[in-house]
Structures are given as structure tokens and as C-alpha cells.
Design a protein around this ligand. Structure first.
Ligand code: 1GP
Length: 238
């Protein structure tokens, strides 16, 4: 089975966005550690299954990041379940989860399911707005990171700037706080320099939009991340 703790780079593909066979092949064969399938709107069972079948022509691990109940389907290597820590709406924290477990609980292989504690940090993004998230400051983000790790023991803490490049200093502070929980960073990566900068201070870098906007630049982020060492975690930093 795949070891997520070794992952450094993932591409996020949106079932609601068109991608050519050539683009998809280059993304799947790029050397990325995994393909995450998920999006904010227009994600259906139909377009999710379609994308899954196309990705399965390649050997890259494939993860469903659950967007809604309708599009849940078996066949993925892992299922990532977001819970939005700075949402004001319980729907995005535990309500959808309760409905999913009521409907599918018996069929869930819990070893394949990982919960991601999200902090939505770009108020202009669809993801922020759709999840009724609220603006939080850096201290709040650090507190949520501790809640994710020390209280809820979540495997993943996800700093989500979707569509906007984030604050490397904040990402570094969060990274220094976490001991076991993996830090995922996603948002606005447009070139290798940005990919490297965030790869120094997060365990896993997520590249999304760039795949559709500039596939060649997106492909280059794989090597950029793979050749970047993470900063050492210094106890004193905490
Ligand atoms: C989105 O974090 C991912 O959920 C990646 O963000 O699309 O801005 O690269 P971008």
C-alpha cells in the first residue's frame, strides 16, 4: 500500500473541468505522488467516475477528496474527507460526515479514509464561500493546527488558499508546530519557485488550477518539489 507520509507533491484534478487525454497522461506520468480528485461545484457521480476511469489507465495513486455525498464511489486508493475547521456551518464540519456514515458506514474501509482539517484562508475563493468559512488571523490558524493534531489527532492539516498564493511565513510557523499531523499546502502555485518555497515548509504541496492554465509549468513543479528538502523542524521555534 502507498505511504502517504512519503508524499511531497500531488495534483488536484476537478471532475467538472475538461482535460485532454494528452494533458491527463502527462500529469499522471509526471512523477507526482498522487492525483486528488475533487472540486467545489458541479462534481457529480458521472464526472467523478469518468475521471477515475481515465486516471486508472496509469499507475499513479488516485484519491477521492469527497466533495459531496452524491459523488462518493468505490475504486479509489484513498478517501480524503475534509472537515472545515473555520467554517461557521456545521454542515462542513460534521453534518455531511454523519450522513455519509449513516448511508455508507458498513462499507467504509477505515484504513483507506483520512480526515483533512481544512483552514480556508482565501475569502475570495469559491471553496471559502461555499463552506461558509470565516476570516481568521494567523494566531487562529496556529490554534487550529494544534486542535487538529493534539485534540482531534487528524492525519492531515490543510492550509487552503485556493486560487491565491499564501503567506510562506505563516505556513512555516504552522509546519514548525506540527509533529505528526501532515501539513498540506494548496493555493496559487504558478511556478517552480513558488512550489519550492512552499515545499520547504509543508509536507505535501497541492497544485490545482495551474494544470488547466499552464500544463507545462504545472509539470515542472513536480521536479521542483522533489528536489527540495523540507526545513528542519526546530523545537526552539515553537
Ligand atoms: C485547491 O489547494 C488546491 O483545492 C490547489 O489550489 O487550484 O490554487 O492550485 P490551486
Amino acid at each position: 500500500m502507498y505511504n502517504i507520509r512519503e508524499w511531497r507533491h500531488v495534483f488536484k484534478l476537478d471532475p467538472n473541468k475538461a482535460i485532454s487525454d494528452e494533458q491527463l497522461e502527462s500529469v499522471c506520468e509526471s512523477g507526482t505522488d498522487s492525483i486528488l480528485v475533487g472540486g467545489t461545484d458541479g462534481v457529480t457521480l458521472d464526472n467523478t467516475l469518468n475521471l477515475l476511469a481515465r486516471i486508472r489507465r496509469f499507475s499513479v495513486p488516485c484519491v477521492l477528496e469527497i466533495s459531496n455525498l452524491e459523488s462518493i464511489t468505490p475504486g479509489f486508493d484513498f478517501f480524503f474527507v475534509p472537515t472545515v475547521l473555520n467554517s461557521t456551518n456545521p454542515k462542513w464540519m460534521t453534518d455531511l460526515h454523519r450522513e455519509a456514515v449513516k448511508s455508507y458506514g458498513e462499507f467504509i474501509n477505515w484504513d483507506e479514509m483520512l480526515v483533512e482539517g481544512y483552514c480556508m484562508l482565501n475569502p475570495d475563493s469559491k471553496a471559502f464561500q461555499a463552506t461558509d468559512s470565516k476570516l481568521i488571523d494567523n494566531e487562529d490558524v496556529l490554534a487550529y493546527a494544534m486542535i487538529a493534531e493534539k485534540m482531534f489527532h487528524l492525519p492531515i492539516f490543510y492550509i487552503e488558499y485556493s486560487g491565491m498564493y499564501g503567506d510562506p511565513a505563516l505556513v512555516r510557523q504552522v509546519y514548525q508546530k506540527l509533529e505528526n499531523t501532515l501539513l498540506f499546502y494548496g493555493g496559487g502555485i504558478e511556478n517552480s519557485a513558488q512550489a519550492k518555497e512552499m515545499a520547504e515548509r509543508a509536507d505535501v504541496i497541492v497544485v490545482g488550477n495551474l494544470i488547466y492554465e499552464n500544463t507545462e509549468a504545472a509539470l515542472q513543479t513536480v521536479n521542483a518539489v522533489k528536489t527540495t528538502q523540507k526545513l528542519e523542524k526546530r523545537k526552539a521555534f515553537n
